[in-house]
Design a binder for this molecule. Structure first.
Ligand code: WTA
Length: 653
């Protein structure tokens, strides 16, 4: 049976559809019900979570400017960790909850049962408690992809504490900003993070970060590689030793549905990263439900999401969604190309993975290495493939379908965001035929609208193009930005009043399928990682030799978008290759390797309007090597700067 193609529409094999949770008729009627009477629909769906005190109010949400407020199940109480762990003990205590696959294939994998998970989460929660962590306190995690990361997330949830994970690729400065931003009491880190055979010195980064933080912040350290670390007495705590001595029982704290579960910083189009806040009840309902339906997860399946827990995808689809559903979830410490380009497929074969969820950038990178790396491994366990993070180009889609899915696995191209908690637009594999490159249709309860970017008018024809907004709230939606509700309203509800604005452009075809066309703001998507151009610019101008900088994205074969920086140097500074390298290194140390500029062009001047505004449109065009179509440049204060930029452009692909 194959993923049947008909003029670029692919339908899941019959035997897949027969077993699927949702078929086409089911999708149609359930979707209709979900938008016709959201309160009734979600009251029922919320029963997939165990409540301590049942809710009586389902939904209370307003997108009205000046009054944006989002609440779901607000008078209910629960504990998220109890939902992800304790409630499974009776029937699946000995089932594997987490399969941990280490960076090196020579290190044995770990199979952690729900019972062992429970024990470790309780131990870690007791350690945190001993450090004075209680409900509402913030705990920052700066960890490799190791089981302790899962224990730490769930230990926080058990205590009602709020975790904020900082991706291990971020710099000490970025870490310090986030620790200070949420006023964390504790940071949990490890000695080192091995990735692709190399090691990042996390503890030493944390030491540097903590130099810029309050003296009271404690540092719990996992001894993972055994690498050398410096130790600050009274501040640093050996987490392994403490856990070994801690009790294996720790009561789960009752929290309100609207109490925060986590903060996750993400890039916006302006200023510093934003602390997106997700709360407990609605988020868990939504993560669990989307995991079940989008991936058509069935009891006993092995689910693998290759993301890092430092990103939202790891939160919702390595930890919270799968564990709430009593799934077996794979947690991978390494990278797709280490020790060779067959690693993903080796791991799929080794653990008999049924659903595999990754990013287009990884697919493109592996595609470039050749299909022989896939053919070496037995992928017969795979039933479904997923994609997330950026639009997947049809070429990558087809390769994924043909070589990995062998033409028999539906592909779910899931569109969502840190802010949305879970999938917004995605195929449900048994119900919605796929078109390569389209995220297809909205998930239950999601009401996408396409607006004209200039007039803000709703495009009501089926076939439409514009910016993507959402009309009404869904339970997984973010509630606020940590400590800055005003910025929350400003960033998401001001440009198109009455709607949640995604920041993405979108097209809807004659069949009502949605095609995400990419960000329409100054956020770029580099290897599926969100990066604010403003962040890279402020890192560059912080360098003593830089007078001014403008950063834009440009098309990149593997990364999707690359980072292109125009840099104006101080008057007394001569450009050189050395300085170029130094600036790249500088940005890596200011933000982290994911923000490294791919191309830096020396710009004697930047194209500005007479009022001094940089015309990014022109800079984007030049970076795209599309300088013939610059449009009107007559409004520039000095049109001649453009000729110089064109002449010395860096991307001549
Ligand atoms: C982009 C990642 C097209 C989009 C879960 C969005 C996508 C941003 C897709 C959010 C997709 C994510 N097709 N574009 N399937 N998935 N995006 O917050 O631009 O890291 O706004 O969340 O990624 O990135 P974030």
């Amino acid at each position: 049976m194959s993923n049947v193609a008909q003029a670029d529409i692919y339908t899941a094999p019959e035997d897949f559809v027969a077993k699927a949770h949702i078929d086409a008729a089911g999708y149609a009627s359930m979707y209709e019900a979900s938008v016709a009477d959201p309160a009734a629909y979600w009251a029922e769906q919320a029963q997939r979570v165990d409540w301590i005190k049942p809710f009586t109010k389902v939904k209370d949400a307003s997108f009205e400017l000046g009054n944006v407020s989002i609440k779901w199940f607000e008078d209910g109480t629960l504990n998220v960790a109890a939902n992800c762990v304790d409630r499974h003990l009776e029937i699946r205590g000995d089932q594997t909850a987490i399969i941990w696959e280490p960076d090196s294939p020579d290190t044995p994998a770990k199979h952690i049962t729900y019972r062992v998970l429970h024990e470790n989460v309780c131990r870690m929660a007791n350690v945190l408690k001993a450090q004075g962590v209680t409900k509402g306190d913030r705990v920052v995690l700066y960890l490799p992809m190791i089981p302790e990361a899962a224990y730490a997330m769930l230990a926080c949830a058990r205590l009602g504490a709020i975790h904020s994970i900082v991706f291990a690729g971020f710099s000490p400065d970025a870490l310090a900003d986030r620790i200070n931003g949420c006023g964390a009491k504790v940071v949990i880190t490890s000695d080192e993070a091995p990735r692709g055979g190399r090691k990042t010195a996390l503890k030493s980064n944390t030491d540097q970060a903590l130099n810029h933080c309050d003296d009271h912040v404690k540092c719990l350290v996992v001894k993972h590689t055994g690498g050398q670390t410096t130790w600050v007495a009274g501040r640093d705590i050996d987490l392994n030793a403490e856990m070994a001595n801690a009790g294996t029982d720790c009561p789960a704290v009752e929290v309100g549905a609207e109490d925060p579960l986590f903060i996750l910083y993400t890039s916006g189009s302006t200023g510093k990263p934003k602390g997106v806040v997700h709360t407990s009840g609605g988020y868990l309902v939504y993560a669990a439900m989307t995991h079940l339906y989008t991936f058509d997860y069935h009891d006993g399946d092995v689910f693998w999401c290759t993301a890092d827990v430092g990103w939202v995808t790891g939160h919702s689809y390595i930890i919270y969604g799968p564990l709430a559903n009593g799934a077996t979830t794979v947690m991978f410490e390494g990278v797709p190309t280490y020790p060779d380009a067959g690693r993903f497929w080796e791991v799929c074969a080794k653990h008999k993975v049924n659903q595999f969820y990754t990013a287009p950038t990884a697919i493109r990178a592996l595609m470039g290495k050749g299909a022989e790396w896939v053919e070496k491994h037995d992928l017969s366990s795979l039933r479904l493939l997923g994609s997330v993070g950026e639009p997947i180009n049809p070429e990558a889609w087809n390769w994924y379908n043909e070589h990995v899915g062998k033409g028999r696995c539906p592909i779910v191209d899931t569109f969502w965001q840190t802010e949305t908690g879970g999938h917004l637009i995605t195929p449900l594999p048994g119900a919605i035929p796929q078109k390569p490159g389209s995220a297809t249709k909205p998930f239950f309860g999601v009401t996408p609208v396409i607006l004209d970017p200039n007039t803000a008018e709703v495009q009501s024809e089926t076939k439409a193009e514009g910016v993507l907004c959402i009309k009404d709230s869904w339970p997984g939606q973010m509630r606020t930005l940590w400590g800055d509700h005003e910025r929350f309203e400003e960033a998401y509800f001001t440009q198109y009043p009455g709607y949640y604005f995604t920041g993405d452009g979108c097209r809807r075809d004659d069949d009502g399928y949605y095609w995400i066309t990419g960000r329409v703001d100054d956020v770029i998507n580099v290897s599926g990682h969100r990066m604010g151009t403003a962040e890279v610019e402020s890192a560059l101008v912080a360098h003593a030799r830089v007078a001014e900088a403008a950063v834009v994205g440009y098309p990149h074969d593997i990364k999707g978008q690359g980072i292109y920086a125009y840099v104006t140097l101080m008057n007394d500074t001569q450009p050189s290759e050395e300085l170029r390298k130094e600036l790249v290194k500088w940005v890596r140390s200011e933000i982290g390797p994911i923000a490294s500029p791919d191309l830096i062009q020396w710009a004697p001047g930047l194209p500005k309007t007479r009022s001094g505004k940089i015309m990014r449109r022109i800079l984007r065009k030049i970076a795209e090597n599309d300088y013939a179509a610059l449009g009107d440049t007559s409004t520039l204060a000095d049109p001649s700067v453009v000729d110089d930029l064109i002449e010395n452009r860096m991307n001549r692909a």
